[in-house]
Design a protein around this ligand. Structure first.
Ligand SMILES: [Zn+2]
Ligand SMILES: [Zn+2]
Length: 251
């Protein structure tokens, strides 16, 4: 299995997960033109994508999904609540339910429910069926629940949100309402909350750790990198970038 990102952050997200001949796209917050240009960096075209999985309706994840799926005939998988909040009523999709795995090609997808200020937000764990490797994605989550700790333990790969540094958010340029939203129980994970998750989960098998959805205003890649490197026995982190994303990483 391998993972790549076309961009990560509040100005747009799109993540690719691929195994053998199955390519899944998680979210697309980019215009079709932007998306296609970014995909070309990986020498791919939209027709190479087998399915789109949509985590939730916020524009940085859903903004380009409808057009991409409609124009290229790509099947969409999402929760009913997310579809209602982001798509026309007659738009066809496959239903995802938290805790119920679906198999798409050679990849089993487990949707995990997370606390976030959206209708029915999901994050995903991908299970490579032929050799059991597992990759988890966790962004857009307001706080760590015991359910999340259980679901994201013993993974081989983890893409984890490091959204904000609490002091930078506090002193930063966001209006008070937005500060409270981001920092609240249904907002985003701070660096400290994500570090705390890494301490709580079993990371013995982890060979790939990606820090993602890093705020450009309330955080820096440097702070995130230093914090993660303080923890023992973790792989050297890859930092996902808003413009560049990251190139394929094998798990
Ligand atoms: Zn987001
Ligand atoms: Zn969100």
């Amino acid at each position: 299995m391998r993972i790549a990102s076309l961009g990560s952050g509040s100005r747009g997200n799109a993540t690719l997960v691929q195994h053998l001949d199955t390519t899944l796209l998680v979210d697309n917050g980019f215009s079709l033109r932007q998306f296609t240009q970014r995909l070309l960096r990986l020498e791919m075209e939209p027709c190479h994508i087998d399915a789109v999985l949509l985590t939730h309706e916020h524009g940085d994840h859903s903004g380009g999904v409808q057009r991409l799926c409609a124009n290229h005939g790509i099947p969409l998988w999402t929760a009913v609540g997310t579809a209602r909040a982001s798509l026309p009523p007659d738009f066809e999709f496959h239903r995802l339910v938290a805790g119920q795995s679906v198999t798409i090609g050679g990849i089993e997808v487990l949707p995990v429910t997370v606390p976030h200020d959206a209708s029915e937000p999901l994050q995903f764990i991908f299970h490579q069926l032929d050799n059991g490797r597992r990759l988890g994605l966790l962004t857009d989550t307001g706080h760590i629940t015991s359910h999340i700790v259980a679901a994201f333990s013993r993974l081989d790969g983890l893409l984890l949100e490091f959204n904000y540094d609490p002091a930078m958010l506090e002193q930063g340029p966001y209006p008070e309402m937005l500060k409270q939203r981001v920092g609240g129980n249904h907002g985003h994970l701070s660096n400290l909350q994500s570090l705390d998750l890494l301490r709580q989960i079993d990371t013995e098998k982890l060979v790939c750790l990606i820090a993602a959805h890093i705020s450009e205003k309330n955080n820096t890649p440097d702070i995130v990198d230093k914090l993660i490197r303080q923890l023992q026995d973790l792989p050297t982190p890859v930092l996902a970038n808003q413009n560049a994303g990251f190139d394929w990483i094998s798990i």
